[in-house]
Design a protein around this ligand. Structure first.
Ligand code: GLV
Length: 323
């Protein structure tokens, strides 16, 4: 009996590849760069499933050209690379990897907040450049974290994880804004107070963005919104590129309209806006918020289990648009 054929579109853990090979004929793109759209379409011919990351766009044009496709399993919790309505219309199941990365990503949000507020990378560059010759009272004096006001825009699972870390670990006052308000029980667990977006921008000492990307959240933090923040505030983006207007942020950082930013995601990544590379008061990391060995393995395993479950038993573990 011929086995179903799938595409694994990116390099992946060998043990996960081996697991997939127990069930499927696997075409593996093991190259460093994501497949360009035309090549992705070519490699998907005859494939019923695909394991993707956020780099492969699954849209109506691709689906029309790949009629055999039944499931695309994203190895990411975010899925703005999927046109979900187009997938649903074609009967293609979309899956993502929620839950397994929540705490690891919340840890990283806090790491980036701390590094940004306390100027960790900026001071390391100074030291490495051999510029440290003496102690000074104001050398790399940053912003206080404990006891300050933590603002969170987007209060899903990861936002709640960041809130708990801030409230319980650092004694921060936590305020948040979200499309929908949390239940009183969850608000109490997170020690978080719901505020309007305007209040969030005006009151946060540290503002962490954790909302999903969609056309509605595009440039949710543009020049006007950044302009409503305190001049002493820091802005942390671990959500998605495109939520912040990176060009406007670079101007605000250069002109010290806010104190600092920490970014893990970028508009048009892996390209980074050149102006961000030249301002000192920004910490830049290459989309690694979920990157611990354990969590990345759990994400890959969940994506693989979604493919195996759906293609062998008709049931995925974490479907976005069906069962
Ligand atoms: C990473 O950005 C993810 O969505 O999992």
């Amino acid at each position: 009996m011929t086995r179903p054929a799938i595409l694994v579109a990116r390099p992946i853990f060998p043990e996960v590849l081996a697991l997939l090979r127990e069930h499927f004929e696997v075409d593996h793109h093991n190259g460093e760069n994501a497949l360009p759209p035309a090549e992705l379409v070519a490699r998907l011919q005859g494939k019923v499933g695909a394991l993707t990351t956020g780099s492969e766009r699954i849209d109506a044009a691709l689906l029309a050209a790949c009629p055999d496709l039944k499931i695309v399993a994203n190895m990411a919790v975010g899925y703005n690379n999927f046109d979900v309505p187009a997938m649903t219309a074609r009967g293609v199941l979309a899956t993502n990897t929620p839950d397994v990365l929540t705490d690891t990503t919340a840890d990283f949000g806090f790491a980036l907040l701390m590094a940004t507020a306390r100027r960790v990378t900026e001071s390391e560059h100074f030291l490495r450049a051999g510029l440290w010759t003496q102690w000074r009272y104001d050398m790399f004096a940053g912003a206080e974290v404990h006891g300050s006001t933590l603002g969170i825009l987007g209060m899903g699972r990861i936002g709640q994880g960041i809130a708990k870390r801030g409230a319980h670990g650092f004694g921060m006052k936590v305020i948040y804004h979200n499309r929908s308000r949390l239940s009183p029980a969850l608000e109490a667990e997170c020690k978080a107070t719901y505020v309007s977006k305007a209040e969030l921008l005006a009151q946060a000492d540290h503002l962490v963005l954790v909302l999903p990307y969609s056309p509605e959240s595009h440039h949710a933090m543009g020049a006007a919104e950044i302009g409503q923040m305190k001049p002493t505030a820091t802005l942390i983006n671990i959500a998605r590129g495109g939520i912040v207007d990176d060009a406007a942020l670079a101007v605000a950082l250069r002109e010290r309209r806010i104190a600092a930013a920490g970014l893990d995601v970028y508009e048009g990544e892996p390209k980074v806006h050149p102006d961000l590379l030249t301002v000192p008061n920004v910490v830049l990391t290459p989309h690694i918020a979920s990157a611990t060995v354990k969590t990345r393995l759990a994400m890959a395993r969940l994506a693989a289990d979604n493919l195996i479950g759906y293609l062998t038993q008709g049931k995925a573990l974490t479907p976005i648009n069906g069962s």
